[in-house]
Design a protein around this ligand. Structure first.
Ligand SMILES: C[S@@+](CC[C@H](N)C(=O)[O-])C[C@H]1O[C@@H](n2cnc3c(N)ncnc32)[C@H](O)[C@@H]1O
Length: 247
């Protein structure tokens, strides 16, 4: 086992070693426990380590949906509900879905909270007008299966906006970002929250496919116009797409 669970003061904390990252069910269990453990301070650490940029990125993602007011938008891997609040602000009807009870307990949103695995959504075919997903793609056990499930749950013509961390294409920025993300963020996270979880964060980027492959996977799943935009010099990426009208 490379990603072990330690019980500490009634909380389960995920501990990460420098050995290979977990896969399959082992990864799903470890990720859920990790978010249960860091939930109480998740928003604080997020805001500090991104200097508040995370809110700007989410706002941009919501703006990219371009749906009619009143549209039902699933916020997948909703965490503490940051996306839901922004979706609500612009007149959408958000529904938060996450498998971590801890994160949902800490959620600050009036949206309905659904505890479920986003690889198996409790939603009828085409039941949603759109979906958002923030910083969760790299945490999934099977990204291809997630995109297929997304295509099933979002109606034809519906829109998706998926936000994720990224590696900047510019060499200088990439080097600076590697130092910040790889060394400073784990220190900040370690001081304010759980050290193991924030050591895992930079390592988990390795789960992400190459950018072209990421877009191709969306196209193959039923989002023919999928595109990728880099945010803040490429430290973050936004994938935007429309569900094909013909299956
Ligand atoms: C980094 S947090 C992001 C939370 C929120 N979307 C945001 O923008 O801050 C990742 C979230 O993904 C959730 N998650 C990871 N894998 C999941 C899965 N298979 N099903 C449901 N939720 C999942 C975790 O519980 C956690 O709340």
């Amino acid at each position: 086992m490379t990603f072990t669970s330690l019980t500490r003061s009634n909380r389960t904390v995920a501990a990460v070693s420098s050995t290979p990252l977990p896969q399959g069910e082992e990864k799903a269990v470890a990720v859920r426990r990790m978010f249960d453990a860091i939930a109480p301070r998740y928003d604080l650490v997020n805001g500090v380590m991104t200097f508040g940029l995370d809110t700007r990125w989410r706002r941009r993602s919501v703006g990219a949906l371009g749906l009619a007011k009143g549209s039902v938008v699933l916020d997948l891997a909703a965490g503490t509900g940051d996306f839901c609040r922004l979706l609500d602000d612009v007149g959408y009807v958000p529904v938060a879905v996450d498998f971590s009870a801890g994160m949902l307990d800490a959620a600050r949103t009036g949206a309905p909270l659904v505890q479920a695995d986003i690889l198996r959504l409790p939603v009828a075919d085409g039941g949603a007008d759109g979906a958002t997903c923030g910083f969760a793609l790299r945490n999934l056990v099977d990204l291809g299966a997630f995109f297929v499930e997304l295509a099933r749950a979002v109606r034809p013509g519906g829109r998706i906006a998926l936000l994720e961390v990224a590696v900047p294409p510019n060499l200088l920025l990439r080097r600076g970002h590697a130092v910040y993300f790889g060394h400073v963020v784990p220190r900040i996270g370690g001081l304010l929250s759980d050290p193991a979880a924030y050591r895992y964060l930079p390592r988990s980027v390795a789960y992400l496919p190459e950018p072209d492959r990421l877009v191709a996977m969306l196209v193959e799943s039923g989002f023919a116009d999928a595109s990728r935009v880099l945010l803040s010099g490429g430290i973050s990426q936004l994938l935007v797409a429309t569900r094909d009208r013909k299956a």
